[in-house]
Design a protein around this ligand. Sequence first.
Ligand code: SAH
Ligand code: SF4
Ligand code: F3S
Length: 446
Amino acid sequence: MKKAFVRSYGCQMNAYDAARMADVLGQQGYAATDSVEEADVVILNTCHIREKAAEKVYSELGRLRVLKGERKRAGQDTRIVVAGCVAQAEGAEILARAPAVDVVVGPQSYHRLPLLLDQSRAGRVVDTEFPAEDKFDHLPTRRSKGVSAFLTVQEGCDKFCAFCVVPYTRGAEVSRSVASVVAEARKLAEAGVRELTLIGQNVNAYHGESLTGGAAATLTDLIRAVAAIPGIARIRYTTSHPNDMGDDLIRAHAEIPGLMPYLHLPVQSGSDRVLAAMNRKHTGDQYRRLIERIRAARPDIALSSDFIVGFPGETDAEFEETMRLVAEIGFQSAFSFKYSPRPGTPAAAREDAVPESVKSERLAALQGLLDRQRHAYQNAAAGQVTDVLVEKTGRHPGQVAGKTPHMLAVQFDAPASTIGSIVAVRIVEAGTNSLFGEMAPQIAAA
Ligand code: SAH
Ligand code: SF4
Ligand code: F3S
């Protein structure tokens, strides 16, 4: 049997795409493998968001070139595919820089992989079109099982933050129809999925065709439709933009029991001047007021965010505004990055770059604060009894692992037969990355 190896970098949407590419190849008779040495097709699903992410791909391709040569000497063919956002951004340049690559395919064309692999036997191919047909109509049924699954509902971005490549690599905002999302969600539920994370680059800007074909459905409408599917117990969504956080979506956090009390809402900076230069189109205080409204609807909501330090021109005082915002709001978790200039974005042309050493200092200070907040949040969970959706076996024999409604990872002793169910767990101890608990059967949940 032919084998395919897929490695994904970057965001959850890329992870979703990687799984779908494996589905496409599965339909062609390829088995998935974790061992690159035995793969007949190797796919790198790349990320272009920061320079480090993009450059990693080329070192990986260097290693693959050696592997391809060794396999060839052993009489085995290896097709090497570069997919994802570096493929979209760099296209044929990748062929020039990496001689081992056979196929370059963008995020909107990977349903054509079988055709592209065939064509590559006659010569290297590049497909970075934004095709008229919808890839979702051409993808096979998902094979991926598991308890928690991602589901892409919206792609692309019209926001054009000054630092970001996504509007260029993923194109304009497009939403799938409610019918198409619900059909995929139903199949996942039938395969045992209990938790769905609806994903999009700007998921709360979702405006897909409604079931009646009438006025566009909002993300709230979509969440309600998915929540009604038998078997689906938990719903999450990511990533949201503060400016698209409508009143209906905020209310949904109070009204829809299956919608989990966790929200990833990137703010990037606490300085109004930097936010304006980033083209985020909101101020720090607008973000604070938004958080107040969300907390009024769902007081226990856990918040997460993204931050960039060292955006061009950012002063010490402006960075301190970010620290102040973090201290005031309190996040359960967060991602923070040093600004990385990206080709083709407006900010990359600026000449007031912040020195690398200053970026590093600011990142360390910010991450220190965010880490303290994360630990405080985890420690506060000790002693509580909470619902855990069991997702998989744990690190040690006899253990299982799952997540709380607030996205905290928990390990505890329980039989593997609990996988897929929601059990009540008493949190005994908070570790660095995970909580440890014990089953609290007297109040077992659904
Ligand atoms: N659509 C989402 C996430 C986009 S990318 C949003 O609007 O928030 C994920 C994160 O990467 C961003 O939130 C941002 O914090 C970070 N990021 C994007 N471009 C970057 C760059 N050029 N340098 C450093 N971090 C960047
Ligand atoms: Fe990038 Fe901004 Fe769009 Fe998010 S909203 S994907 S950061 S341009
Ligand atoms: Fe990276 Fe593309 Fe996602 S640039 S973060 S893989 S949308």
